[in-house]
Design a protein around this ligand. Sequence first.
Ligand code: ZN
Length: 201
Amino acid sequence: MTTDTTTDDTNLAPLLEDPIDTEAILLECGAVEPCEDDDLCVTDDLDAAWRERMDAMHKGDREAQLTEFFGFDDEDLEVDVEISIEMTEEGYVFVRANNRLAARWESDAAALADVAGEQVLGDWIPGWEGLSLEQRSQIVNGLRAFVERCPSCEGELSLSEETVESCCRTRETYAIFCDDCNARIIEVNKVNRKEREAAAE
Ligand SMILES: [Zn+2]
């Protein structure tokens, strides 16, 4: 690990190893803190900074924002990368870079939370700029689970449990939705331990 994370007394290196422990990193850096009911909440300072970025970027050019997020605006890149965004009927957002799938988000609101989160987390996480895209993506993705209001419309959020049927088994999914615009903010597969152990065999 060659990131510059030793400038103060936080040593993130062990937490950044694969599989990256996003929650521990956010906690260690003071991005989230314990709050009521043994839960973790985003700190007031980060919440305010993040909200301000989301509001500022909401109506902006998402293609340009994503180009920056992926680092495709880097002048040293030898190929030009064109980003295209496709939204499915269910609201999922597929981002392609030169026609190859680069990322998928649950909604535009989810993508907005991540591009804005990426821009503010540098003030909390030492050595942020030196982390890989993969590491930064995973951390902003982890941060998204703590968003308190809808990134797009500031609506209240609700948790729902869905069962997704696939060919061979049903899969339980938790999703956080906006009550107002119905955007799917984040979804998490519920994998129980038995299934995980079975998968590991
Ligand atoms: Zn909303």
